[in-house]
Ligand binder design. Structure first.
Ligand SMILES: [Zn+2]
Length: 219
C-alpha cells in the first residue's frame, strides 16, 4: 500500500508521483493516538512510555533487511514482535533475542507497516546522541526502510517516506530528519551511503523539515 499525498496542501502530488489521491479529506490520518490510518498494523510489545512532556521532534531513518540483503518475507515483522525463529536462517541467531522495534517500516514496494504508536517510545536507536541530547528514542520517531547500507532504495520508498514525514510533521513538532548512522556514528551505518538525501529533500521541500546531513544545493 502506498500513501496518498493529495490531502496536504504543502506537498505537491506531482512531486510525489503516481500515488492515488485521497478522496475524502475528512478521513483522519492518525487514529487511536499515533497510529497511521493507512498503515498495515503489526503491533509490537517492544515499546515504553516517553518521558512526560517530551516533545517528539526528530525522525531517525534506518534500513533493515532479514536476512541481510534479502527483501520480502515476514522476518522483520517477526523480529519486531519477538517471533523470529533463529533456526530459520544462520543470520537470525544474533538478532533473534533482541527486544527491538521501530515505529514504521517501509517495504521495497512502498508498503507502510506500523509497529508502535508514535506517542510511545520505540526501541530503534539504542545508544545515540543528537545535538547534545542522548537517548534519541525518547524524542524521536524511528522509520525503517527495507534495505541494506550501500544498496539503493526504491522510488516507492522515498515517496512513502515523504508523505509519512509530512503526516508526522502535521501532528507532532518534528523539526529534523536524520539517519541512525548520524545519531550513533561509528556504531551504526544505516541507512548508508546509497540513501539519497537530496532526493528526499526534493520531495519534502514544501515542508519545513530540515534534513541532516544537510543537503547542499550548489545552484
Ligand atoms: Zn538503524
Amino acid at each position: 500500500m502506498t500513501l496518498p499525498p493529495a490531502r496536504r496542501p504543502g506537498l505537491d502530488p506531482a512531486t510525489i508521483g503516481g500515488l492515488s489521491a485521497h478522496q475524502d479529506t475528512r478521513t483522519p490520518v492518525w487514529v487511536d493516538g499515533g497510529w497511521h490510518a493507512q498503515a498495515r498494523i503489526v503491533a509490537s510489545p517492544n515499546f515504553g512510555a516517553r518521558p512526560p512532556g517530551m516533545a517528539i521532534d526528530l525522525v531517525v531513518v534506518h534500513s533493515i533487511s532479514l536476512p541481510p540483503g534479502a527483501y520480502g518475507g515476514d522476518a522483520i515483522d517477526r523480529l519486531f514482535t519477538n517471533r523470529l525463529d533463529p533456526a530459520d536462517h544462520p543470520s537470525f541467531a544474533e538478532v533473534a533475542g533482541l527486544r527491538v522495534s521501530a515505529h514504521f517500516l517501509i517495504r521495497r514496494d512502498g508498503e507502510l507497516v506500523q509497529f508502535v504508536d508514535v506517542e510511545q517510545r520505540a526501541w530503534h536507536a539504542g545508544r545515540s546522541t543528537w545535538r547534545g541530547r542522548s537517548g534519541c528514542n525518547d524524542f524521536s520517531v524511528g522509520i525503517e526502510l527495507e534495505g541494506l547500507p550501500g544498496d539503493v532504495f526504491e522510488l516507492a520508498q522515498y515517496r512513502c517516506l515523504a508523505v509519512l514525514l509530512a503526516d508526522l510533521a502535521e501532528r507532532w513538532p518534528i523539526a529534523e530528519v536524520t539517519g541512525h548512522e548520524h545519531v550513533a556514528p561509528g556504531r551504526k551505518d544505516d541507512p548508508g551511503p546509497a540513501f539519497d538525501w537530496p532526493h528526499l529533500a526534493s520531495l519534502v521541500a514544501p515542508t519545513r523539515l530540515a534534513l541532516t546531513p544537510a543537503v547542499q544545493h550548489s545552484a
